[in-house]
Design a protein. Structure first.
Length: 197
């Protein structure tokens, strides 16, 4: 059974104009197929010109009749349902924000594999490691993290080491020739390095 186009606010030339303005190539192709039908071409010919079969064109005619031009666009799929409840997501957010307890959790910073095990033990939900990354991204966490600090680290000893390293690197070795800089600012070889003997 052939389905007729019942909407009459746009004629064939209007549909062609809308197709030319449309940034969605698939929706524009559907508009052009409907324009061909309105101009009197057969459904089979219109479908062939638009790169679809007659049944697909029939489905798009139904959507156009029901929703207008908006019905010719692809609908976004919502994706799979979240496996963690909002309460569990809030608890996970708080755990990640606080960071791990090295004595209890055995790690100094969270990795996805650690959080995967934590989610399994606390919430009894099996998630793939990649899915844990997606959940963290949805919660607003990025992959970048600060360098973890060991619980037994000595900040004063670290500062003394930094100061000693700076004073050592500031001393130049007198036997090493200093490379000059070009006008562009990049380093150049010393003159003696390019001389042919």
């Amino acid at each position: 059974m052939t389905v007729a186009i019942t909407r009459d606010e746009l004629n064939a030339s209007d549909l062609r104009r809308e197709a030319a303005r449309c940034r969605d190539a698939n929706a524009a192709r559907r508009m052009l197929a409907l324009a061909l039908v309105l101009e009197g071409h057969s459904r089979e010919e219109a479908a062939r010109h638009a790169g679809m079969d007659r049944q697909t064109l029939r489905d798009w005619v139904h959507r156009y009749n029901a929703e207008g031009l908006a019905g010719l666009r692809n609908r976004r799929h919502p994706g799979p349902k979240l496996r963690l409840t909002p309460e569990q997501l809030a608890a996970l957010d708080k755990l990640v924000e606080q960071g791990p307890d090295p004595a209890q959790d055995g790690v100094v910073r969270w990795r996805r594999v650690d959080l995967q095990a934590l989610i399994k033990t606390r919430f009894d939900v099996d998630l793939h490691e990649r899915s844990v990354g997606k959940v963290l991204h949805r919660l607003g966490f990025t992959r970048l993290s600060v360098r973890p600090k060991h619980p037994a680290s000595d900040p004063e000893a670290q500062e003394r080491f930094k100061k000693a390293s700076l004073s050592w690197s500031a001393r130049a070795c007198p036997s090493t020739p200093v490379a000059s800089r070009s006008r562009s600012g990049s380093r150049m070889k010393p003159e003696w390095a390019s001389r042919v003997r």
